[in-house]
Design a protein around this ligand. Structure first.
Ligand SMILES: [Zn+2]
Length: 263
């Protein structure tokens, strides 16, 4: 792999990586994953994402409040998230979104928080990272209610029927290990027909390890497995898809191109 893979979404600040974080990052680079977007889920972990990214080449941090944490959405949190998102080294707003599947935070709080993040992303002219589980219609309505916002549907688990709406709304589509699972036919069909210039891949580590690592702790190195799987679905090479998805990530997140190299 000469170009380098971009893992467009991982949480390598998680305490599950505390014991071996350096090795995890080294294995990622060995596997060709030379760039990782490290995503914050509340004030503390957003700070941790940005701090980690400041220390590690190829890592870039974001700041936001996860829908699971939307109960913490108050004036103080808003102020802190906004200040973090304004930092030059913060490449995106999020993750934010709606989760009607787990519903760990009240729906009203999730809706308020998501709307606020969308407006913030638009006003800062930074991309927004969107989590959406069992909430297609509400997610789309809020995105459409914020025209001009751009961003990524992270861990896109929907199918070809929903896909066009997000493309139309200007979103990039990021596929995770879920696309490799047996039983993910609709999601695989979406990965097959997604326009090449909107496609991204991610791990969402430490969650959702792709086949053949399913059930284990996920780590950015496994992004190479998802990339290979999607390349095969689309009848192209992993090399080609790495180049394209890395270019897409550069365009979306405003990152310099990854130079070709051996690792
Ligand atoms: Zn995530």
């Amino acid at each position: 792999m000469t170009v380098g893979i971009t893992d467009s979404h991982c949480h390598v600040w998680w305490d599950q990586f505390d014991a071996d974080r350096d090795l995890v990052l080294e294995r990622a680079r060995e596997a060709g994953v030379r760039r990782m977007v490290v995503v914050g889920t509340d004030v503390e972990t957003s700070r941790a994402s940005l701090d980690l990214a400041a220390r590690e080449p190829g890592l870039h941090g974001t700041a936001g409040l996860h829908p699971h944490d939307a109960a913490k959405f108050d004036e103080g949190t808003r102020r802190e998230i906004e200040a973090l998102c304004q930092r030059r080294d913060c490449i995106a707003v999020g993750e934010t979104g709606l989760d009607w599947f787990k519903e760990w935070a009240p729906r009203d709080a999730q809706l308020d928080s998501f709307r606020w993040h969308l407006e913030l992303a638009r006003s800062l002219d930074k991309p927004v990272i969107i989590h959406s589980r069992d909430a297609h219609e509400d997610t789309l309505a809020l995105v459409q209610g914020c025209p001009g916002v751009r961003g990524v549907m992270h861990c896109f688990v929907m199918g070809p029927d929903e896909l066009p709406f997000y493309l139309e709304a200007g979103m990039y589509i990021s596929f995770s290990g879920i696309v490799t699972f047996k039983g993910s036919q609709a999601n695989q069909e979406a990965a097959r027909c997604c326009p090449e210039d909107r496609l991204l891949v991610e791990t969402d580590a430490p969650f959702l390890a792709p086949t053949p690592h399913r059930g284990k702790r996920n780590e950015p190195a496994f992004c190479a497995d998802t990339l290979r799987f999607v390349a095969e679905l689309r009848g192209t090479t992993a090399e080609h898809l790495a180049r394209v998805t890395t270019e897409n990530a550069s365009r979306l997140f405003g990152l310099p191109p990854l130079q070709a190299g051996h690792k």
